[in-house]
Design a protein around this ligand. Structure first.
Ligand SMILES: Cc1ncc(COP(=O)(O)O)c(C=O)c1O
Length: 482
């Protein structure tokens, strides 16, 4: 037999898949947030070879029930509080489905005018949504990690205009600066770009976890004095551990004075710049050379959709454009935007479609209301945690993240760390919530981020209940330990 399955089969299987997802969302609360799978348990259940003969759809359905759904960690569960949420909202799911079906491969403008021009429009919508000035242009990248790599490649190109030809050999060692709280994607970018980890200076932070600008200035001066070449500063607006914001205006002024590229990593918090009451926290980011924030984190889109914004896109083009003969087109030669020239990927997905559907169906107002409701819930959670015995809040709650720990008097710091680790394990075993952890100024910290579209006040009740039993259990384990 040749060819694809028929459109009627698409109707049947597609209908069944949509029905399955609807049921999944109807029952999501009854499932433990964190999968209870043990490592290797699932892979052992797959036969070693793909089937020789076609299998019926019903067999797939059975295995979705048996193998897949029990082993999912439910990112859209109302009790999901780990890391930063990523939502498969209804508009996001529909947009993803359509994008898969249309299967546009955005190599060139002509390989998908719809994808190309909708992406240009969505970059504008998203920039407008968070109040970035009109001279920001950009693209929809896959992840913030790849986006920061692209931005730092453009910074490297600006600092070493011959780098494409000669690489970095014979050049003074290049240095990028970021705070000690910056995301590991910046370390990875420095590795990939040939700067090495030794080319990344981690600048200390103040009591509120913000980069210390005097330390940054001193580090730049020390590197220049030692013959190294500072090229860029990465400021974080919404750090991964505590959602703190580096002092953007001061860092921007320093970058201007020093002639350095400023990249702002607002992967999680960027969406909150759409709220008038939060936008002052982002003052200064409009001076950046590049900014990244993720609609796939706190703007209710499923992976992947990252907004990467640039002033003066031609600087990115200089870093990335390689046009072989077979990809030359009259439109390209006439200057149409060819996204392959602005990053690593050649083929690119139709990411704009889900952003377009999301922004039209929720509306900017609806999106802002949802962001506000998460911030309100986080503030409620903070207040309620403060009433719990021995709880210490480890960072100001600027957005939807509460970072805290139990710090009973009479326990040493290592004992407190161990207690909080046990609490984390117990809460995650309980199944009603999923927390993650971090280390904040050397202390083991519990990280609760509100971001699921399904979280309501009653889920805070459930979380606190599970936290109290988790703590009781953690104390028992301790007291039964000799
Ligand atoms: C501040 C920050 N930057 C970058 C990232 C990486 O995001 P992505 O998974 O889109 O690469 C994260 C992830 O949580 C983050 O918190």
């Amino acid at each position: 037999m040749n060819g694809d399955f028929s459109p009627d089969t698409l109707r049947a299987w597609g209908g069944a898949a949509v029905e399955r997802l609807a049921r999944y969302f109807e029952t999501i609360e009854s499932r433990p947030v964190l999968a209870r799978t043990t490592p290797g348990e699932l892979v052992a259940q797959f036969p070693p070879y793909a089937p020789e003969d076609p299998e019926p759809w019903e067999a797939i359905e059975r295995d979705l029930d048996r193998l897949v759904e029990p082993n999912l960690t439910h990112w859209q569960h109302p009790g999901f509080m780990a890391y930063f949420a990523t939502n498969g909202s209804v508009p996001g799911i529909v947009g993803e489905t359509l994008a898969a079906g249309y299967n546009q491969v955005g190599i060139l403008w002509r390989t998908s005018p719809a994808s190309n021009e909708m992406e240009q429009a969505m970059v504008r919508w998203l920039a407008n949504f968070v109040g970035l000035p009109a001279d920001f242009d950009g693209q929809l990248a896959d992840t913030a990690s790849a986006a920061s790599l692209i931005a730092l490649a453009a910074a490297r190109e600006q600092a070493f205009p011959d780098v494409r030809k000669t690489g970095l050999s014979g050049q003074p060692p290049a240095v990028v600066y970021a705070s000690e709280m910056a995301h590991s994607s910046i370390d990875k970018a420095c590795v990939v770009l040939g700067l090495g980890i030794s080319g990344l200076r981690k600048i200390p932070t103040d009591a509120e976890h913000r980069m210390q600008v005097d330390a940054l200035e001193a580090a730049i001066a020390a590197d220049r004095a030692a013959g190294r070449k500072p090229i860029a500063v990465v400021a974080t607006a919404g750090t991964t551990a505590v959602a703190s914001i580096d002092p953007l205006p001061e860092i921007a002024a320093l970058c201007r004075k020093e002639g350095l590229w400023l990249h702002v990593d607002a992967a999680y918090a960027g969406a909150a710049a759409s709220l008038p009451e939060k936008s002052p926290l982002f003052a200064g980011w409009e001076e950046a050379d590049s900014i990244v924030w993720n609609p796939h984190k706190w703007l209710f889109l499923p992976l992947e959709c990252t907004g990467l914004f640039f002033r003066r896109m031609e600087r990115v083009r200089r870093a990335f454009s390689v046009v072989p003969t077979y990809l030359e087109t009259p439109e390209g030669s006439a200057g149409v935007r060819e996204y392959m020239d602005y990053g690593i990927q050649l083929g690119r997905r139709f990411r704009a479609l889900k952003a377009w559907i999301l922004m039209r169906t929720f509306g900017s107002k609806g999106l802002r209301e949802r962001l506000r409701s998460h911030i309100d819930l986080a503030l409620q959670l903070e207040e309620r945690l403060r009433r719990e015995p021995d709880v210490e809040i480890l960072a100001p709650v600027l957005f939807s993240v509460v970072v805290f720990r139990f710090a009973p008097a009479g326990l040493s710091e290592p004992e407190r760390d161990a207690l909080n680790q046990r609490v984390l394990e117990a809460v995650n075993r309980d199944g009603r919530s999923f927390l993650s952890h971090g280390v904040v100024k050397g202390k083991y910290a519990l990280h609760a981020a509100i971001g699921s579209l399904r979280t309501e006040e009653r889920h805070l009740d459930a979380f606190l209940d599970s936290l109290r039993s988790g703590r009781a259990l953690a104390e028992t384990v301790k007291s039964s330990t000799p």
